[in-house]
Design a protein around this ligand. Structure first.
Ligand code: PLP
Length: 408
């Protein structure tokens, strides 16, 4: 039984009222998710009882803190079904994870004329680092486009994937369109031509069970704050054989083996990719968040959210003057739209006055906006605690705004 009522009670922020007493309707979960009591308690308890820097101290608290940090790594490993904890690198979030890969790949992997493939629907975090790498090494950046329905143009794979492709990086789920991409198919096509693959799982991991070994990707990354965990913590999973070839891009304490005045040898995985004091309180709280997801059940969450998405699409599409972007076969998490004659920022601001939080703008995906010829979109995005009643409130709100504008 999916106890939505109880789940909502677990997130204290949701009980708030806005402005003149409107109940908060939080539909900006793709930007960041709210945190359950268990995560808030874990952060407080860590600082109240366990805090000491990890991997350094010879004292009791440092050992306890280290044990909790390494326990968190094991929780992440288990959540992803990775082969070992050496494959789990803690970062500050997806953006850092992708930059670490794009900047840390050995230059010897690439020859003049080689190519990298990304899709047209990437968040800037999974586009700009590859643009920079291509400019630096003189590589070609190839783009897998999507159709107006929001689904990737898989036919293009035939012309895109050849022996020049060294790396393929794409999102599991689009942060604008909510499209769930057929990642197994793309990973296989990339591997068939000898390319390595990174999957940006930022908008997937909170909705879909992930098994990195079954997916057979080389890298998978996500941010803690999108999985009901704290900000400033994230994960880079890398298949050990590939991760061990990645050069560190940050240098300093913790990541070294031997240091002389003139030279340094680096330590073992994953520590050689975690220079400096890691965000161990964040890692521990993120692990608690992942355990919370497991307690509710990731499949149960997925079913609840899939039903909500069907309901949302159905209700939104009945609003006069609305344009919903894309109609992918599988959509999860996010749905983006515009209302005829109203700027998306005005729409979001007016909804906000009704207590409804949605995002407006380019969603850090300007090429997606360019595809549809708009400068911005409004986006409603759902989480495990979202409800049909909230979707009704959103749709009523949009209808009220539509009426106000039509009278002008
Ligand atoms: N990739 C996708 C698909 C995203 O939706 C986001 C953030 O919204 C990111 C990457 C960047 O995540 P972060 O800002 O947590 O690093």
């Amino acid at each position: 039984m999916y106890d939505l009522n109880q789940i909502q009670k677990d997130f204290p922020i949701l009980a708030q009222t806005m402005y003149d007493g409107q109940k908060l309707v939080y539909l900006d979960n793709a930007a960041t998710t709210q945190k359950p009591y268990e995560v808030l308690k874990a952060i407080q308890e860590h600082y109240a009882y366990d805090n000491a820097n990890v991997h350094r101290g010879a004292h009791y608290l440092s050992n306890r803190s280290t044990q909790r940090f390494e326990w968190a790594r094991e929780v992440v490993r288990d959540f992803l079904n990775a082969g070992c904890t050496e494959e789990i690198v803690f970062t500050h979030g997806t953006t850092e994870s992708i930059n670490m890969v794009a900047s840390g790949l050995p230059e010897t992997w690439f020859r003049a004329g080689d190519a990298i493939v990304v899709t047209e629907m990437e968040h800037h975090s999974n586009l700009v680092p590859w643009q920079m790498l291509c400019k630096r090494l003189g590589l070609e950046l190839r783009i897998l486009h999507f159709c107006d329905d929001g689904m990737l143009h898989l036919d293009e794979l035939d012309s895109l994937m050849d022996e020049h492709v060294r790396f393929v990086s794409f999102c599991h789920v689009s942060n604008v369109l909510g499209t769930v991409n057929p990642i197994e198919k793309i990973i296989k096509r990339a591997h068939d031509v000898g390319a390595y693959v990174l999957v940006d799982g930022t908008q997937a991991i909170q909705h879909i069970p992930i098994d990195v070994r079954t997916l057979d990707c080389d890298f998978y990354c996500f941010s803690g704050h999108k999985v009901y965990g704290p900000n400033g913590i994230g994960v880079l999973y890398g298949r050990k054989e590939v991760l061990s070839q990645l050069n560190p891009i940050y240098f300093g304490g913790e990541m070294v083996d031997e240091v002389s005045l003139q030279d340094t040898t680096f330590g073992k995985l994953p520590y050689r990719l975690e220079a400096g004091t890691p965000n161990y309180p964040g890692a521990i709280a993120m692990a608690i968040a992942l355990q919370y997801i497991t307690k509710i059940g990731i499949c149960e969450i997925g079913h609840h959210e899939a039903a909500l998405m069907d309901y949302a699409q159905d209700q939104l599409s009945q609003i006069c003057g609305i344009q919903i972007y894309g109609s992918p076969e599988k959509r999860i998490g996010s749905v983006s739209f515009n209302l005829k004659g109203i700027d998306c920022y005005d729409l979001a601001c007016m909804l906000d006055k009704m207590g409804i939080a949605v995002r407006a703008g380019s969603h850090c995906a300007q090429p997606v906006m360019a595809h549809y010829g708009v400068s911005g979109m409004a986006r409603a995005s759902f989480a495990m605690y979202s409800s049909e009643a909230e979707i009704d409130t959103l749709c009523c709100g949009i209808q009220r705004i539509s009426k106000i504008f039509s009278r002008r």
